[in-house]
Design a protein around this ligand. Structure first.
Ligand SMILES: *Cc1c(COP(=O)(O)O)cnc(C)c1O
Length: 347
């Protein structure tokens, strides 16, 4: 082979996805929703089969229009992507690649770190304090992009919208990007989301259809932000990255508020059951505003093995930058029973 990886890519650690369990109810490593998607969404997806011979709408106008209405913003403030991961890469490509700088919390959501590593941007990381972003310290760093994951993955902790507004006003970075993949699972969504500031063009908010809406397999995300950022990124993105079944399913998912509300309320209740199951087994966990729980487990490795023997797959904290913990997604009722038995079995 005569080609070589570009030097900054040579020792890059690639993304390691969560492991699937043998029975899907036991998979609690990837924060997928606990309940399957809605029949209306499946119908929209199937109907899109009729037009598979045509290219999708590159601008995903219908979807962007629905998103704009939902958040009360202009359609020119909305951009869709092949999962929010594509949008994260686009932001880094546009504003920090080849010598720019990205600011993150330590530990970060891995994709926020992987994108700058791949695209030749410097990464600065500010350690979490008591599991939360240290916004005071982050505000002092000068970077091209500051990513704030709110609620944070892997801790599940959230910042209030007013804390983030203050950060945005004071921070020395060029662009604040708030990744709100889990915001729908916060106790008070309106006091947590930064969408209002995104609508004013002060920052970028990224949302995904992978969590609340259950479309992780289709890959759709969107961002809301300043019109000039949106138009610059629109010019850079692969025009057909969001396929037509995904666009149709996402529109249907936004319409089916009954289903998404059911997922949200189930998740909030089951999160409390999950917390108390671990508490009864002697494990504390970090209070979570997401659809997963960071469980503090000094015996991380043996806990992971014990759960695996019971058919339950969780994410090792060591792999997420928090040794001595495991991250557990809120499971379905069936998954909860698997977990209950696995925790009851002796180590
Ligand atoms: C799951 C997750 C996403 C979703 O990514 P998609 O590419 O939209 O599936 C984004 N950000 C964070 C922090 C996540 O945990």
């Amino acid at each position: 082979m005569k080609v070589q990886l570009r030097p900054w890519m040579s020792d890059l650690a690639s993304y390691v996805p969560g492991r699937k369990a043998a029975v899907s109810a036991g998979s609690m490593a990837s924060n997928e929703p606990a309940l399957a998607g809605s029949p209306a969404v499946h119908a929209a997806f199937s109907a899109a089969a009729e037009t598979l011979h045509l290219y999708p709408d590159p601008l995903a106008r219908e979807l962007c229009q629905r998103v704009a209405e939902l958040h009360g913003v202009d359609i020119d403030q909305v951009l869709v992507g092949n999962g929010s991961d594509e949008l994260i890469f686009l932001l880094v490509l546009a504003y920090a690649s080849m010598g720019g700088k990205v600011l993150l919390a330590e530990p970060p959501y891995r994709i926020h770190e992987l994108a700058p590593e791949m695209l030749g941007a410097e990464v600065a990381k500010v350690p979490l304090v008591e599991w939360r972003h240290d916004l005071e310290t982050m505000a002092l760093e000068e970077a091209d992009i500051a990513f704030v994951c709110n609620p944070h993955n892997p801790t599940g902790t959230a910042l209030s919208a007013s804390e983030l507004a203050r950060f945005t006003d004071r921070c020395r970075s060029g662009l604040v990007v708030v990744d709100e993949a889990y915001v729908d699972f916060a106790d008070e969504v309106s006091a947590t989301t930064s969408m209002e500031r995104a609508g004013k063009g002060d920052l970028v908010v990224i949302r995904t259809f992978s969590k609340l809406f259950g479309l992780a397999g289709l890959r759709v995300g969107y961002m809301v932000g300043p019109t000039d950022v949106i138009s610059q990124l629109r010019a850079l993105r692969m025009p057909f990255s969001v396929n037509s079944p995904a666009q149709a399913a996402a529109v249907a998912a936004l319409e089916d508020t009954k289903s998404s509300e059911a997922v949200r309320s189930y998740t909030l209740g089951a999160k409390e059951t999950l917390r108390s199951l671990f508490a009864e087994a002697g494990y504390e966990s970090v209070p979570s505003q997401a659809n997963f729980l960071l469980v503090l487990a000094p015996d991380e490795e043996s806990l992971v093995r014990r759960l695996a023997r019971g058919g339950v797959s969780v994410r090792s904290g060591s792999a997420l930058g928090i040794p001595g913990s495991v991250r557990v997604s809120v499971p379905s009722p069936e998954g909860m029973e698997l977990l209950r038995s696995a925790l009851a079995s002796s180590g």
